[in-house]
Design a protein around this ligand. Structure first.
Ligand SMILES: *[C@@H]1O[C@H](CO)[C@@H](O)[C@H](O)[C@H]1NC(C)=O
Ligand SMILES: *[C@@H]1O[C@H](CO)[C@@H](O)[C@H](O)[C@H]1NC(C)=O
Ligand SMILES: *[C@@H]1O[C@H](CO)[C@@H](O)[C@H](O)[C@H]1NC(C)=O
Ligand SMILES: *[C@@H]1O[C@H](CO)[C@@H](O)[C@H](O)[C@H]1NC(C)=O
Ligand SMILES: *[C@@H]1O[C@H](CO)[C@@H](O)[C@H](O)[C@H]1NC(C)=O
Ligand SMILES: *[C@@H]1O[C@H](CO)[C@@H](O)[C@H](O)[C@H]1NC(C)=O
Length: 434
């Protein structure tokens, strides 16, 4: 208002110009406000201190109301110009507003202790020489297949043997797997540092699966990685994975074909139930084979169960961190007694979401979409700032062709989120390559 009045007498300034100036000032205000609000080094409570309880409630109410309006604007703006670079911050803001009613709650930046990944410059205007960082070898030849140490159980002991045929190794379910874990992966954390991946069907093992599992290996430093398969993967990228990932162990599995007396129709359902069976039995970190890991998940390993909320509001099941016999996983499995063979989602993410609502004390939810599951469009069309993300789920539908073309050379200049994340995993630097 004041600004408008002030601008009026200036003769050359018409309403449109005045409006533009106003708009710019508002924009600047928003920027400063949001920056202050979500500045990473923001000290809890340092900006909000009150003497009386009533005053505190009043002022928070006022502040929240203002923030709500401001952030709505920010959110709309981000949508309009299709610029999602700061979307993680925006999501944080929106989430905070949704979650916190006016109360004594003081804004808590969930990312307080988080050191940002990928550096401070997200302009992608510089190139770096990553020419010598390629891991690629001509990996199709037989001799590149690792002769790896495969554990086997003899009576109550575990033996490591060099084997060529990886398909002659461990089985799930089976007691040997448990002995192997007990022998090599005991830990004081609730959740053992084991990565579980599931590979069902005869699909091609592509570059993105290589990068995803490799990222798990590199960022989580797991004790062991199990890949539960019905058909052992093959091909160049699988061979390369075996070459670089020394502790991956294929585990053969007969995927469940029935739940109770109902037949399982979808492959996805088999994988859904299998991941729960595995986690109940051993605990660990379940990851989809298209889930990139950008940093360690250790901070969740002292909780019984952790999952993330995806951008559609449902829990995502591409990342599940759970202790052995966790109560939440048990409840989820029990819910399969009402299994509906023909509806996807009903049993998996929708059920998990419902159960989490009913049993909030049994599960820790990472509510920021940026934690594990960004909006799918962020991956392909822009540079999403994932400096506060633990991982990215690669959303494939409609992008299969594009994803198939990826390799060490094509990601070097791929100027989008996926390119940057892949370079970060493979070349240790997200910048574009010369
Ligand atoms: C939040 O506020 C709304 C309306 O002001 C109220 O209906 C709701 O119960 C509140 N929720 C909590 C968790 O306090
Ligand atoms: C790549 O470059 C680094 C130094 O920038 C060097 O230490 C390393 O040996 C090089 N690697 C290869 C395979 O040439
Ligand atoms: C890989 O194959 C290409 C041609 O297919 C060849 O030029 C290159 O020298 C090979 N590299 C290695 C390390 O064998
Ligand atoms: C394992 O693979 C080899 C060839 O790689 C094959 O000869 C053998 O029959 C397979 N064994 C099983 C149990 O599938
Ligand atoms: C890469 O994309 C960003 C937008 O996300 C753009 O600002 C930048 O100029 C692009 N870099 C190159 C080298 O094209
Ligand atoms: C990488 O993929 C591109 C297409 O995306 C292709 O032209 C190129 O030949 C591939 N490079 C290798 C080494 O496979």
């Amino acid at each position: 208002m004041l600004i408008m009045v002030y601008l009026k007498p200036i003769p050359t300034m018409n309403y449109r110009a005045a409006f533009t100036v106003c708009f710019l000032i508002i924009q600047l205000g928003i920027l400063v406000y949001v920056t202050l609000l979500f500045y990473p080094n923001y000290e809890k409570g340092s900006r909000i201190c009150f003497k009386k309880e009533d005053d505190e409630a009043q002022r928070l109410k006022y502040r929240l109301h203002g923030m709500q309006k401001l952030l709505k604007l920010v959110y709309r703006k981000a949508k309009v110009v299709n610029s999602r670079e700061e979307s993680c911050d925006i999501e944080t803001a929106v989430l905070f507003l949704k979650k916190n009613n006016v109360s004594k709650t003081v804004f808590k930046n969930t990312f307080e202790d988080f050191s940002p990944l990928g550096g401070r410059d997200w302009s992608f205007k510089t190139y770096i020489p990553c020419s010598n960082k390629s891991l690629e070898v001509n990996g199709t030849s037989k001799e590149l297949i690792r002769s790896q140490f495969i554990p086997s159980c003899v009576n109550y002991d575990v033996k490591l043997e060099v084997r060529k045929n990886l398909n002659e190794s461990l089985k799930f379910p089976g007691t040997c797997l448990k002995q192997v874990i007990d022998k090599f992966c005991t830990t004081q954390f609730l959740v053992p540092n084991i990565l579980h991946y599931i590979w069902l069907g005869k699909g091609k093992f592509e570059f993105i699966f290589f990068v995803s599992i490799f990222s798990g290996y590199k960022k989580q430093h797991p004790c062991l990685i199990f890949l539960y398969y019905d058909t052992l993967p093959s091909g160049k990228w699988w061979n390369l994975l075996l070459l670089y990932v020394s502790n991956i162990i294929p585990v053969s599995v007969n995927p469940p074909s029935k739940i109770g007396n109902r037949k399982i129709v979808f492959l996805e359902h088999k994988s859904d139930i299998l991941r729960l069976q595995i986690l109940r039995e051993y605990g660990g970190i379940y990851l989809d084979t298209d889930q990139l890991l950008l940093t360690s998940l250790d901070k969740f390993r002292d909780r019984e169960c952790t999952m993330g909320v995806a951008s559609d509001g449902y829990l995502g099941s591409a990342v599940i961190i759970a202790s052995k016999n966790s109560a939440f996983i048990k409840k989820w499995m029990d819910s399969y007694s009402a299994y509906k063979p023909n509806s996807w989602g009903q049993n998996s993410v929708i059920m998990a979401t419902k159960l989490a609502k009913q049993n909030p004390n049994l599960i820790h939810l990472e509510r920021h979409y940026c934690s594990f599951y960004p909006y799918p469009t962020y991956l392909f069309k822009q540079n999403y700032k994932w400096s506060h993300s633990y991982g990215l789920h690669i959303y494939k539908p409609g992008r299969e062709k594009q994803l198939k073309q990826l390799n060490f050379s094509s990601i070097r200049k791929l100027n989008n989120t996926l390119g940057a994340a892949f370079r970060f995993v493979l070349f240790d630097d997200k910048e574009l390559c010369l």
